[in-house]
Design a protein around this ligand. Sequence first.
Ligand SMILES: NC(=O)c1ccc[n+]([C@@H]2O[C@H](COP(=O)([O-])OP(=O)(O)OC[C@H]3O[C@@H](n4cnc5c(N)ncnc54)[C@H](OP(=O)(O)O)[C@@H]3O)[C@@H](O)[C@H]2O)c1
Length: 245
Amino acid sequence: MSGFRFLDGSRRSVLAASGALAVSAVLRSSFAQEAKLRIGVIGSGKIGGTVGRLWVKNGHPVLFSSRHPEELVGLVKEVGPLARAGTVAEAIAFGGALLLAIPYGAVPEFGRDYAAALKGKIVLDADNASAARDGAELAAEVERDGIGVVSQRYLPGTRLVRAFNTLSYRILAQEANRPPPRLAIPIAGDDPEALKVAARLVSDAGFDPVVVGSLKDARRIQRGNPGYGQAVSAAELKQKLGLGP
Ligand SMILES: NC(=O)c1ccc[n+]([C@@H]2O[C@H](COP(=O)([O-])OP(=O)(O)OC[C@H]3O[C@@H](n4cnc5c(N)ncnc54)[C@H](OP(=O)(O)O)[C@@H]3O)[C@@H](O)[C@H]2O)c1
């Protein structure tokens, strides 16, 4: 009989919680020992600027891109020597992983314009679709097919992971690296290696990754669905979504 059986309920849950914290700390320290990854940020606005900044803080070199890179001089100066500014093409070439944070309406054109450069790239897609901003047709396509499936359609050949789309940049900026339990960031994708990289980058930004499933399952974390807008811990998010521990 295991010693665990002799514990009363409250002690057992304290131990279970401290076990989960220990596992999370071990994962974080193993992520920390991995070499830093060059990251290209496409769209260095509210969400791209915020998450890119968190990665620089963790030691990752980040190329913040814009269609007008000269406008990012202030941002990169403020963020520090691991940050640089460049064009969208430079960010794609630079990044071992990319964060895509542009209006959803711009995704089809972006996918077409940079199709060759994007082939095989790990892309963390934070974009959300709204009819008002991105057009009724695209928003209806997203509602019908699910946003992960639609993003992959417009970004063929990328190793796509939905990530950082569910919470406001303000919450991300405020809550990153908070004392445990850290804030959960749900991710979804079809490519296991890309999911692993995304999980690491979520952790390095100061959050706990929760894998929700495949790109098809990304519907569960798209706007209007139960996994969207949940500023909760990983355990709470898993419970809400009926995911295993
Ligand atoms: N704001 C949030 O809290 C939040 C949270 C989660 C997800 N999201 C999603 O993240 C995406 C970005 O949102 P945001 O709030 O960060 O927007 P934002 O502050 O307006 O930044 C978007 C950036 O995208 C670039 N961009 C604009 N139009 C473009 C086009 N046609 N082609 C290529 N790049 C273009 C712009 O960069 P340049 O003009 O410099 O090229 C701009 O800096 C959206 O899809 C949004 O739904 C936002």
